[in-house]
Ligand binder design. Sequence first.
Ligand code: NVA
Length: 367
Amino acid sequence: MRVNSWNGWDPLTHVIVGRADGTMVQAPEPTVVRDWPDDGFPAGAYGPLPDDMVQAANAQLDAFADLLRSRGIRVDRPDVIDFGRPVSTPDWEQGSMFGCMPPRDVLVTVGSEILEATMSYRSRWFEYLCYRPLLDSYFRDDPDMRWEAAPKPRLTDDAYKPGFWPEYEALGFDEQIARVRENDLALTEIEPLFDAADIARCGKDLFVQLSMVTNRSGVDWLRRHFPEHRVHPVTFGNTHPVHIDATWVPLRPGLVLHCGEREAEEDLVQYFKINDWEIVSAARPAKTWDELPKLCFCSPWLSMNVLSLSPDTVCVEAGETAQMELLDSLGFEVVPVPFWDVAPFGGGLHCSTVDIHREGELQDYFP
Ligand code: NVA
């Protein structure tokens, strides 16, 4: 086997698909307090997601894994650990972990390297352990694989802005967007922090969203870690930015899918346009906010969280008819995959996977 993936669209031959088992509504921590009183988790309460939801999500994840295998793609799955147990470091104690979904948040493959992200939630600090058996096996099987881990953050209270959420939620849309553009959000700059899912890979260019879980120091660390790449910090007009892959999704050379209601910075738009990329607005999601599954902390824009199997084949959530029609009109073979039961576990088809191998080599798409 060989680890190799430079972008999100080259032909996929090997992938990790997450598991729903044991996922928790995580215990409160400095920037995460779940609050779902109608679904049994009022602010501060935590515990495992209900069994029936786990089973439904696993059924969709397993079917997705089988579909990928039927197309000749090797699929690996992470190890489940006891996410309900409290964890600690010398700096803090945390009442629970989260789960082993979505793997895209934790790992990013850049060429022959798999990099473990810092993560920025205490509940996700140990999540890399779920992938270590796989990473260890790739390291043994592929003599050229580079196995890297970003510096584990301390995540002391100083990593988070005190009182951030009440202050932020009291602001109007324009004021919130101004804060997003400045990345004056939940995290301080005391140490590099990033989630892997804030990175969109386009060969020599890595676009990294500054978000609630990725700070400027994190982008700076990535820039120094990948000196041969152009690493671009980017923001969008999204008041709650967490992960780039329901906002800016490159689908093939020359085509990026954009969540139109989350305005891209003019510099980013121009960078794509002068390199002859088409920026296509994603179709309206099939679901409204009120129709999202319970305990879901993602937005309806999971509709555009698609997984490319090749530059002309893309997996799309099966109920997202408008999105499928749009991609069909752009010349893609669209593979419908039922997946909304997975959303409460942290994401869609792209989130739930990590590329391990795609054919193709490093290219410069923005010469
Ligand atoms: N946090 C994003 C999902 C990222 C896949 C959103 O809710 O739109």
